[in-house]
Ligand binder design. Structure first.
Ligand SMILES: O=C(O)C1=C[C@@H](OP(=O)(O)O)[C@@H](O)[C@H](O)C1
Ligand SMILES: C=C(OP(=O)(O)O)C(=O)O
Length: 456
């Protein structure tokens, strides 16, 4: 999806290398806050009346872009301490026209949800992003939001930069999602907040429901009806959203990396604390258990209204697994690290229905195949399925992996390098900061050394 030659970043590329540590990963740690919930906490805070206090906010680059965009749209956003933020909102319909272009960096969630917010306000704004985000499809939000009365102008094919003229009196939408996407669902619901009447979204497959949950938490009326694998969501427009405290749980998509490393590196037993266990996010953990992984959840509890638990992963053998396509939305960001785990398993693994991986920060299907190939592992793509046939022996490693501005490809390759025979190098670790600042330090702490570090 992206052309590494056109990377724009304030600092130069940061090649990183992962080497098998002298001993396994052990102890207890906490990963950063959930990215999806962090974006939404800032956005709903900006739309609510009053002051929303957020704890555990992910201070990754994607979320910091959203914080800056909320400021540019007129909200007061303050950082009170580490992960502790306060947003003074403007009320539904109260966002102001930004003075400048909104640069969402590497973040699809930021760009698409904010397109929904702007569509419902009588303001003009231009959204852009880095080379990766500028290559990602935006028509998926432009199409439904145009029906609400908003107007969009973009580069050919519906890519950023995108100019948006929001609707003065947005119409409520009735929309059936053509792709399983929580971002598209959320963009439609955010525009629907400003419309009179009921906005209805039908999703053929259930996707993460953080928008629906947080809308209710802030006082909106949301009805959800289950229909087979899918859902119908109805939102009453123009509610009074009232500021409400948000505690952000640890991100299961980030916890995936240390947990997978512990499963793969001999001698490991590692606990990640306070991980969000929303069932629409935990497909990876279900799948790893089907592979025979020793993954135990303890201390399940509610933290700030979200189900969380401590997850302990202990090294052991894995077997191949067949993952049904309908599970994909609940683990959509976890396929690169799952493919790494499958490279250590014995038997055949088939992951079905991965079309959406082609339009993430990179073409993750191609990037995952290349990541594995560089390290001696053959994986095939058949239609939209990814297939690995393995014998349980660790991959050779020793490869150089091009990460294509994709944080999850970078972290997956480094986890592979912690457990493969020879070290693995990635071309650029900077994008890890979009979702998981402090990744290398945390992994090194658990390994009791510096198995992940810059290339000398
Ligand atoms: O709504 C969200 O917060 C997200 C939805 C998913 O994207 P899609 O909606 O494109 O599947 C996911 O890949 C992304 O990391 C976060
Ligand atoms: C796909 C992802 O994020 P986004 O779409 O927000 O860029 C991700 O974090 O893996």
């Amino acid at each position: 999806m992206s052309n590494p030659a056109s990377v724009e970043h304030a600092s130069p590329a940061l090649p990183l290398r992962a080497t098998r540590p002298a001993r396994g990963l052990t102890g207890r740690l906490r990963v950063a806050g959930d990215k999806s919930i962090s974006h939404r906490a800032l956005m709903f805070g900006a739309l609510a009346v009053g002051r929303t206090e957020i704890t555990g906010l992910l201070e990754g680059e994607d979320v910091l872009r959203t914080a800056a965009a909320m400021r540019a749209l007129g909200a007061t956003v303050e950082r009170l301490g580490e992960g502790h933020w306060q947003v003074a909102g403007r009320g539904i319909g109260g966002l102001l026209e930004p003075a400048d272009v909104l640069d969402m960096g590497n973040s699809g969630t930021g760009a698409r949800l904010i397109a929904g917010l702007i569509a419902g306000h009588p303001i003009f704004a231009v959204l852009t992003g880095d080379a990766s985000l500028r290559s990602r499809p935006m028509k998926r939000v432009m199409d439904p939001l145009s029906a609400s009365g908003a107007r969009f102008t973009s580069r050919t094919g519906g890519r950023l930069p995108l100019a948006i003229e929001g609707a003065a009196e947005p119409l409520p939408l009735d929309y059936r999602l053509p792709v399983a996407s929580a971002q598209v669902k959320s963009a439609v619901l955010l525009a629907g907040l400003c419309a009179r009447g009921t906005t209805r979204v039908e999703e053929p497959e259930a996707t993460r429901d953080h928008t629906e949950n947080m809308l209710r938490h802030f006082g909106a009326t949301v009805r959800v009806e289950h229909q087979g694998h899918g859902r119908i969501i109805e939102l009453e427009g123009q509610p009074e959203l009232t500021a409400a405290p948000v505690h952000v749980p640890a991100d299961p998509s980030s916890a995936a990396f240390p947990l997978a490393a512990a499963l793969l590196v001999p001698g490991s037993s590692l606990t990640v604390e306070g991980v969000g266990l929303n069932p629409l996010r935990t497909g990876l953990f279900t799948t790893l258990r089907e592979m025979g992984a020793d993954l135990v959840v303890t201390n399940e509890r509610l933290e700030g209204g979200e189900l969380v638990g401590d997850i302990t992963a202990t090294h052991g053998p894995l077997r191949g697994v067949d993952v049904p396509g309908e599970r994909a939305p609940s683990m959509i960001d976890e396929y690169p690290i799952l493919a790494v785990a499958a490279a250590f398993a014995s038997g055949t693994s088939r992951f079905r229905g991965l079309k959406e991986l082609r339009v993430k920060e990179s073409d993750r299907l191609a990037a995952t195949v290349a990541l594995l190939a560089a390290n001696g592992v053959t994986a095939e793509v058949e239609g939209d399925d990814l297939i690995l046939r393995r014998d349980g022996r660790p991959p050779a490693g020793g490869g150089f992996v091009t990460t294509h501005m994709d944080h999850r490809i970078a972290m997956s390759a480094l986890v592979l390098g912690l457990a493969s025979e020879a070290p693995v190098t990635v071309d650029d670790g900077r994008f890890i900061d979009t979702s998981f600042p402090g990744f290398a330090a945390l992994m090194n702490g658990a390994a009791g050394g510096s198995p992940i570090g810059p290339v000398e």
